[in-house]
Design a protein around this ligand. Structure first.
Ligand code: GLY
Length: 441
């Protein structure tokens, strides 16, 4: 199979590594890629859908795997499908599950998918008046895609009002915020659940847990994710099956029934509240940093799985998953998330059993030196029989990289500290719930 992967981050590096494991693979290119996957890089602009389709036709590409959400929401899968090219990734209509928060909340309500009380507004006065119903510190979400800047979790009424006004006037994030969705704040541990769907059937992968705040102990501003591990200790198979049916299955069935069958990976961000699991968000792609720990856990052929989803044949594929645990610790550039420094030289990358280092925001400068080019620079991934060993391998690798402008959270997995060697304070109950302060961001 000749495969084209779209994207350039750590998630796409993990996708390249996943398809390289497959006996079905003839060739893989990644557009545009990054230095970590340089033998496979292709200078092709994913925003230029005509150029992507033309390349696929000229090069007899059998499958396109789209990593990020932006090309999907913009209709790249539709353009490919119309040209007869198989695409792992949803149509623009199905990608609305990430592209429009208002669509998603209405869809979830229609399909009995549990979530917080929520309402969409285009008018600031009406939105502010609804705070009487939903609470002074409702979560404020931009309806559209906002590159990780579209969610505010306020602590005071003044912050909520400011977020509403700044989004609706376009000051905060431009047109993506011209409609806002207000959501009742929830609290509890969060997990990321991924379903692979062919539009009708689906397979659910091991749950992962991300760490969205930049600082140790889940402090500081929100990021794209500072580290993840999978599977999540304490969540048994029966619970995964229930969550999968309620949040993945219900969405796949609902999208098909509404005429927008969902093909690709559906990422359900869930919060395990004291009132039961609730939908925080859907995304139309693999999570990043979660893909880096989820994909290596597929012990059957990951390319066969993605190709079967794209070709509506999931029922014919056997999927198996490893019992190992993977942990990914993100190395970021100083100043991340607000203003990451670019051009920081990357030291020699560590190697060792169970350790892999994936590139995210790296580039070669004019002299050919590998330097940082974004906020999240590298993913240091450890693999072991349990969370403690996976984290130990990852953290030992990280120790050889950080400093001189590069940093990482020292406490990935801290909620499961009794399973890890990095922290000693938390309990090991379901999803590490003891003193979590996550809210639906
Ligand atoms: N890990 C969060 C995301 O991919 O959106």
């Amino acid at each position: 199979m000749d495969v084209l992967i779209i994207g350039s981050g750590g998630r796409e590096h993990a996708l390249v590594n996943a398809v390289l494991r497959s006996d079905l693979l003839t060739s893989v290119r990644v557009a545009p890629g990054n230095p970590g996957m340089s033998p496979h890089n292709l200078a092709l602009d994913p925003q230029d859908h005509e150029a992507v389709v033309a390349y696929c036709l000229e090069s007899d590409i059998d499958l396109v795997i789209v990593g990020p959400e932006v090309p999907l929401v913009a209709g790249l899968a539709d353009s490919l499908t119309a040209a007869g090219i198989a695409c792992f990734g949803p149509s623009a209509a199905a990608a609305q599950l990430e592209g429009s928060k208002a669509f998603t909340r209405e869809f979830a309500a229609r399909n009995g998918i549990p979530g917080p009380r929520s309402m969409a507004f285009a008018n600031a006065d009406l939105a502010i008046a609804w705070l009487d119903v939903v609470g002074d510190t409702a979560v404020v979400k931009a309806d559209g895609l906002a590159a990780g800047k579209g969610v505010v979790v306020p602590s005071t009424l003044a912050e909520t009002e400011a977020a509403i006004t700044e989004m609706l006037t376009g000051q905060a994030i431009g047109d993506a915020g011209r409609v806002v969705v207000l959501e009742e704040q929830m609290s509890g541990p969060e997990i990321s659940l991924f379903g692979i769907s062919d539009g009708k059937d689906y397979v659910t992968l091991a749950p992962a847990q991300d760490h969205k705040r930049v600082g140790a102990g889940d402090t500081g501003p929100n990021t794209g994710g500072m580290g993840a591990f999978a599977p999540v200790p304490g969540i048994d198979d029966a619970t995964i099956k229930d969550l999968s049916d309620q949040f993945i299955g219900a969405a796949i069935r609902g999208m098909a029934a509404e005429g927008n069958p969902y093909v690709g990976v559906l990422y359900a961000g869930l919060m395990l509240t004291e009132n039961g699991p609730r939908l925080v968000e859907y995304n139309c792609r693999f999570g990043d940093p979660e893909a880096q720990v989820i994909l290596p856990l597929i012990s059957s052929d990951p390319l066969e799985l993605m190709a079967a989803a794209a070709n509506h044949g999931l029922a014919d594929v056997e999927v198996s998953q490893s019992t190992d645990t993977l942990a990914n610790v993100v190395v970021a550039a100083e100043g991340y998330p607000a203003n990451p420094t670019r051009g920081i030289p990357i030291p020699k990358l560590p190697e060792g059993p169970g350790l892999s280092v994936l590139h995210a925001g790296t580039v070669r400068d004019e002299e050919g030196t590998l330097v940082s080019s974004g906020g999240r620079v590298l993913n240091v991934v450890g693999r072991g029989p349990d969370l403690a060993s996976a984290l130990q391998i990852a953290n030992e690798g990280v120790a050889q990289i950080v400093g001189n402008g590069l940093f990482a959270r020292p406490d990935i997995g801290w909620r499961h500290a009794s399973n890890t060697s990095t922290h000693s304070a938390a309990t090991n109950d379901l999803a590490g719930t003891n003193d979590m302060e996550s809210s639906n961001e």
